[in-house]
Design a protein around this ligand. Structure first.
Ligand SMILES: Cc1cc2nc3c(=O)[nH]c(=O)nc-3n(C[C@H](O)[C@H](O)[C@H](O)COP(=O)(O)OP(=O)(O)OC[C@H]3O[C@@H](n4cnc5c(N)ncnc54)[C@H](O)[C@@H]3O)c2cc1C
Length: 483
C-alpha cells in the first residue's frame, strides 16, 4: 500500500521546486522531448554569456543552448539532473536582440535572440528579403540555421549557407569571431553546428532587396500506380526550379484499418516576378489547416510570404511524427517508389492507434559545403548534380496521445536503416535521425574535422547531450554525460 507519507514527499519536492525555482523542466514544441535542468538561464547580453560560461567551466556544468524547441528529435534535450552530479542548465539567448542593417554590403547582423518571424518582419519594413526560409517561421533564427533549416528550390540553398560571419562563445568563455574573410574554412564547420560548438551570440547573413514571387498552386490526381504518380511529380521538377509537392495524401480508414489514398493532392511552384499589384499570398496561407489548399490558384507576394507561413498561418497543431530525408536528386524515382512501398509494409503495425492522415511532401534543395549540412556535397560522385531531393512523411494523429506518437516515431526511425546507404540519404538533424555514427561519418565526411573543432570549443564535454554523443560518435564525452 502507498503510504500517505510516500505520496507527500514527491508532492513536497514539486512544491519546493515551484517556490524556490530549484529546477526547470524543458519541453519541446509538442511536449515529447523533455528533461529536467537545474535552471533556465537567460543572459542579458554577450558579456553575461561570457561570465556565465567562465564560471561554469571549472565546474564542468552541462549546458544546453536552445532556440524555440521546434524539432522532432532529441537535439535540445539537456543532461537530466537526475543522471548527473554536476549542474545542468538550459540556456536561451532570447534577450540578445541587437540588430544592424548594412545596405551597402547587403548584410544584416542580428543577436541570437531574434525569432525568424520578427526578424523577417524587420527586413520587410526595410525593403529587404531573405530567400531561404523553411515552410514555417516559428523558429529562433540561430536555432533554425544551426540544423540546416531550408525551403525549396534547385538554386536555393539552406538558411545557414547565407551566414558570412558569427560570434560564438566557447566553454572557457572565450569569444571567437568566425567569418568568410579571416577563417573561411572554419566557417564551414560553424554554419550548421547543431549546438555542439558553443553559444552563438550573433550572426551576419546575406539579404537582398525586396524579392517578389508568383506562386502557382495546381491540383494533381493521385493514383496507386506509383511509377505513374512519381513520373508525373518528377516531371514537375523538370519544368520548374522551385517546387513543393504536397502529396500524395492518405487518410486512415478506421474500419479497414488501412491508409486510403486521397484522389487529389497539390503542388506549388514559384517564379520571380516584377508584379506591382496587391500582394495576396497571405489571403490563403494553405498551411496546417489555414486556407483551402486543394484548388488551383495564383498569388503574388514578397518571398517570405509567398513561400513560408507565419504563426498566424498555422491553424491546427495535432501531435505528429515526421521524417525528413535528403538524397541526391538523381535518386528521385527509386526513393519515391521504395519509401512509399516501405511505408506500406509498416501499416499493419499502425492498426489500433489513433492515426488520421499521412502526408508525403517533396522538395528540392541546392547542395553546399558546410561540414554538417545535411545537403553537404562532399561524398557525391561525378554522376551527381549537387542538387538534393527532400522527402518528408508526416503522420498526423486524430487524438494527441503519446502512444500513437511514439509508435509512429518508431516507424520514422526505420527508414534510415533501410535506405541510408542505398540512396546516400541524410536525415534532418531535428527530425527523427537514428543514432549511427558509422553512417554519420559516411554521409558527413568532414565529421572528423568537425569533432576536432568540437573538442577545442568544448574540452570538458559541457555542450553535448545523448543525441550528439551517440549520433556523432563523440566517445571521449560518454563518461561526462553519464553513459
Ligand atoms: C512544425 C514544424 C515545421 C518545420 N518546418 C521546417 C521546414 O520547412 N524546413 C526545415 O528545414 N525544417 C523545418 N522544421 C525544423 C526546424 O526548422 C528546426 O528543427 C529548427 O532547428 C528549429 O529551430 P528552433 O529555434 O526551434 O531550434 P531548437 O530546436 O531549439 O534548436 C536547434 C539546434 O540549435 C541549437 N541552438 C539554438 N540556439 C543556439 C545558439 N544561440 N547557439 C548555438 N546553438 C544554438 C540547439 O542547441 C539545437 O542543437 C520544422 C519544425 C516544425 C516543428
Amino acid at each position: 500500500m502507498v503510504s500517505l507519507f510516500s505520496m507527500r514527499v514527491p508532492l513536497l519536492l514539486v512544491l519546493l521546486h515551484a517556490v524556490f525555482g530549484s529546477a526547470y523542466r524543458w519541453f519541446n514544441w509538442q511536449y515529447e522531448v523533455t528533461c529536467e535542468a537545474e535552471k533556465f538561464v537567460t543572459p542579458s547580453d554577450e558579456a553575461d554569456v561570457v561570465e556565465f560560461l567562465k564560471n561554469e567551466f571549472p565546474k564542468q556544468s552541462h549546458i544546453k543552448v536552445v532556440g524555440n524547441g521546434h524539432g522532432f528529435g532529441n537535439l535540445t534535450t539537456c543532461v537530466d539532473q537526475s543522471l548527473t552530479n554536476k549542474t545542468s542548465y538550459i540556456v536561451s539567448l532570447a534577450n540578445l536582440k541587437s540588430l544592424e542593417i548594412n545596405k551597402k554590403n547587403m548584410t544584416v547582423t542580428a543577436g541570437a535572440g531574434w525569432d525568424v518571424y520578427d526578424l523577417i518582419n524587420v527586413l520587410k519594413e526595410n525593403g529587404l528579403s531573405f530567400n531561404h526560409l523553411g515552410a514555417e517561421r516559428v523558429q529562433n533564427f540561430v536555432g533554425a540555421l544551426s540544423t540546416g533549416t531550408h525551403g525549396t528550390g534547385r538554386y536555393v540553398d539552406n538558411m545557414a549557407s547565407q551566414v558570412v560571419a558569427l560570434r560564438i562563445v566557447d566553454a572557457r568563455g572565450n569569444v571567437k569571431i568566425i567569418n568568410e574573410w579571416n577563417n573561411p574554412e572554419e566557417l564551414k564547420a560553424f554554419r550548421v553546428s547543431i549546438g555542439a560548438l558553443g553559444l552563438i551570440t550573433e550572426v551576419t547573413f546575406k539579404v537582398q532587396p525586396t524579392y517578389l514571387l508568383k506562386k502557382t498552386t495546381t491540383v494533381l490526381n493521385a493514383t496507386t500506380n506509383y511509377t505513374q504518380l512519381y513520373t508525373d511529380i518528377h516531371d514537375l521538377y523538370k519544368k520548374h526550379d522551385r517546387v513543393t509537392v504536397w502529396g500524395p495524401h492518405f487518410d486512415w480508414d478506421s474500419e479497414a484499418q488501412d491508409w486510403v489514398i486521397e484522389p487529389t493532392f497539390f503542388a506549388s511552384y514559384w517564379e520571380p516576378t516584377n508584379y506591382t499589384g496587391v500582394r495576396n499570398c497571405t489571403l490563403n496561407y494553405c498551411a496546417n489547416g489555414c486556407g483551402e489548399c486543394i484548388k488551383n490558384y495564383i498569388c503574388y507576394d514578397e518571398v517570405s510570404d509567398a513561400t513560408s507561413a507565419p504563426p498566424q498561418g498555422v491553424c491546427s497543431r495535432e501531435f505528429y511524427a515526421e521524417i525528413e530525408h535528403f538524397w541526391p536528386f538523381e535518386n528521385f524515382m527509386d526513393v519515391a517508389i521504395n519509401y512509399t512501398k516501405f511505408q506500406q509494409s509498416q501499416t499493419p503495425r499502425m492498426r489500433g492507434f489513433d492515426n488520421q492522415e499521412m502526408i508525403f511532401q517533396y522538395r528540392i534543395l541546392k547542395g553546399d559545403d558546410s561540414y554538417m549540412s545535411p545537403v553537404n556535397t562532399y561524398n557525391l560522385g561525378p554522376q551527381n548534380s549537387g542538387v538534393f531531393g527532400v522527402l518528408e512523411i508526416d503522420w498526423i494523429q486524430s487524438v494527441n496521445n503519446y502512444t500513437t506518437l511514439w509508435n509512429n516515431q518508431g516507424f520514422a526511425f526505420e527508414f534510415m536503416d533501410k535506405f541510408g546507404y542505398e540512396y546516400n540519404a541524410r536525415a534532418h538533424w531535428n527530425k527523427m535521425s537514428p543514432y549511427d555514427p558509422k553512417f554519420t561519418l559516411s554521409a558527413f565526411p568532414k565529421l572528423p574535422e568537425f569533432l576536432k573543432i568540437q573538442e577545442q570549443q568544448d574540452p570538458n564535454c559541457q555542450f553535448v547531450n545523448d543525441f550528439l554523443v551517440n549520433q556523432l560518435g563523440i566517445d571521449r564525452c560518454k563518461e561526462a554525460i553519464g553513459q
